[in-house]
Design a protein around this ligand. Structure first.
Ligand SMILES: Nc1ncnc2c1ncn2[C@@H]1O[C@H](COP(=O)(O)OP(=O)(O)OP(=O)(O)O)[C@@H](O)[C@H]1O
Ligand SMILES: [Mg+2]
Length: 562
């Protein structure tokens, strides 16, 4: 493009013979090759950014691979640097566009040649960094090519965690009485057609616990001819699920000898179909993350009008909508009194009647309040504290370092593992929007109109180019985050349209740790430091933060007064 521009402008200058144009013509002869070069580099660097962003979105962090994580950090830094160059370029372009005619615009470009010229050194710098990243990867044998989603998502604690919920004794369950009652009633009611029931709620809210309480109830299972419980998880293999169901339904030895291990998925479905043909069955599919699993299993679980029931637990509304509304339970967090009771049962299990000692009550209440009714957090923190001496200072310091504890105390890994699974399941466009939400202060009511505009301004909302406005796309994002139980609607308008959302505080805590680690953004609240780490992309200053000496190289400072 610069070549053509050069030819047109110099011809124009020559033919007009005007002095100014002649001067520009001379200047053009000097700058044209640089402009040509520059535009070429700019295109290359834009393409590079797309690949960098796609790569970062695809790999995420590898659990336990510190070298890879450190290298990925560097990749992120380079992506940020490229993003800045492109932003500045876009800014200069817009300035040029604002000025009237094509020729004026191009003359202005040349006048601003000095400004454009600095891009050259920036681009060369970034290119050198990208090359170095490749060298580092080779030198240390960092395997970035092998992206194994299943490995990324599988966590050693996961199995233990879901097992422990399944094993929770019914006598240990606190609250959710109404939900357990409804579930029991649906499972016992007589209805010929196969009924699909869904329990839906955020990670750690107790879905597996209440499903298992029903599954283990003899009063319920006795009314069925056969039953099975399978954990689907994010990384299921359909064949493995089908085999597991067969193992549980049919005698294990028989299933081994019948060669099920080598059978294809379709054959396994047929085996289940023919076994269930004339039976009243009860099957629990725990922890379902997408509808695909059901599409397959739906065929296996024959509709035989024997009054069978299938129970699904999930964190996702779209999955729970496989069941009709009438058979869906949305599991809410526990009330404060229930949370307190559950916490005391865990933390003071050795003392008489699980009583909280008076000297610890104040601190214990603060800890329970921080859990905001999430059983997973109450049970885990309560259990960890049960090993602590009953001594105020220790508890106070545990409470004051709770954020740090959540991120670093291996005994609390359960909480972060479970909650991070929801984050890992997000597609990259939603993940960034969600990281952005974590910059808001605790319990902040995130207004739909404001967050949509901020996301758009940050370039986090895709332009679908199909007539859908960016605001509409941002609204879809909010719906999706709500349906994944990551945001909760707190205010709606008269037509039922959500007006404000909140994040569960522990989810916010963990997400903001990730945002900080990935240099996506950082929020400063009451106890903040006065120094902003370099290269942080977004900065949120909440009321009470001390004066910051510098806002570093943050692109988007935000200030919230709460
Ligand atoms: N009502 C309850 N009373 C006592 N403990 C509970 C209750 N609900 C959940 N718990 C405990 O909280 C922890 C998390 O519960 P659970 O695994 O059932 O949550 P979940 O909603 O199934 O989570 P996920 O989305 O990860 O599958 C478990 O240790 C479980 O024993
Ligand atoms: Mg579960």
């Amino acid at each position: 493009m610069a070549d053509a521009l050069f030819v047109v402008l110099s011809k124009l200058a020559d033919s007009l013979g005007e002095q100014t144009l002649e001067r520009i013509s001379t200047k053009l002869i000097e700058v044209a090759p640089v402009l040509t070069d520059f535009e070429h580099s700019m295109k290359q660097i834009e393409a590079e950014l797309l690949i960098l962003q796609a790569f970062i979105a695809q790999v995420g962090t590898k659990v336990g691979d510190k070298a890879f994580d450190a290298w990925l950090d560097q990749v992120r830094d380079v992506a940020h640097e490229v993003e800045d160059i492109i932003d500045e370029y876009a800014y200069l372009e817009v300035q040029a566009v604002d000025t009237g005619s094509f020729f004026k615009r191009k003359f202005l470009q040349i006048k601003k040649f000095a400004a454009w010229q600095k891009f050259h050194s920036q681009i060369s710098h970034v290119e050198a960094r990208i090359q170095r990243l490749g060298e580092i990867r080779n030198r240390y044998g960092i395997l970035s090519g092998e992206i194994d989603r299943s490995k990324k998502l599988r966590s050693p604690n996961r199995l233990f965690m879901s097992d422990s919920s399944y094993l929770t004794d019914n006598s240990e369950i606190v609250g959710h009485v109404d939900e357990i009652g409804r579930l029991t009633q649906w499972l016992l009611e007589y209805k010929q057609e196969r009924t699909l029931i869904a329990v839906f709620g955020m990670g750690g809210s107790g879905k597996t616990t209440i499903a298992s309480s029903a599954y283990k109830s003899q009063k319920i299972t006795r009314t069925f001819n056969c039953h099975a419980w399978v954990t689907v998880s994010q990384t299921y293999q359909v064949e493995e699920l089908l085999r597991e169901i067969i193992n549980q339904l049919i005698d294990q030895r028989a299933s081994m000898s019948s060669g099920f291990m080598t059978m294809s998925g379709l054959r396994l479905v047929e085996v289940i179909q023919s076994y269930l043909q004339d039976k009243k069955y009860f099957i629990v599919l725990d922890d379902v993350w997408d509808k695909d699993a059901w599409l397959f299993l739906n065929y296996a679980f024959v509709r035989n009008n024997c009054g069978s029931k299938v129970l699904i637990t999930t964190r996702r509304k779209d999955v729970s909508s496989l069941a009709v509304d009438q058979y869906t339970i949305e599991l809410k967090t526990l009330q404060y009194a229930e949370s307190w009771e559950l916490f005391c049962k865990k933390a003071f299990r050795a003392s008489k009647d699980n009583q909280c000692p008076e000297n610890l009550r104040f601190c214990a209440e603060k800890i329970v309040a921080r859990c905001q009714g999430l059983p997973l957090a109450i049970v885990t923190i309560g259990s960890v504290l049960s090993y602590h001496e009953f001594e105020e200072q220790g508890w106070e310091s545990f409470y004051s370092q709770l954020s740090w504890q959540l991120a670093n105390n291996p005994e609390l890994n359960w909480i972060s593992n479970v909650l991070n699974m929801s984050l890992n399941d997000l597609p990259s466009y939603l993940r960034n929007c969600f990281l952005y939400c974590s910059l808001y202060p605790e319990d902040y009511k995130i207004k739909r109109k404001v967050i949509s505009k901020l996301w758009i301004a940050e370039g986090l909302v895709e332009d679908r180019e199909d007539g859908t406005t960016m605001e509409e796309v941002a609204n879809y994002y909010l719906v999706e985050l709500t349906q994944r139980c990551l945001l909760r609607v707190t205010e709606s308008n008269a037509c039922g349209r959500p007006r404000a959302f909140v994040m569960h505080d522990l989810v916010r805590e963990l997400t903001s740790n990730i945002a900080k680690k990935e240099k996506f953004g950082i929020a400063y609240g009451d106890a903040s430091t006065t120094q902003v780490p370099p290269e942080v992309r977004r900065l949120c200053i909440q009321r009470g933060a001390q004066t910051l000496n510098s806002i570093g190289s943050s692109r988007s400072p935000l200030i919230y007064f709460v």
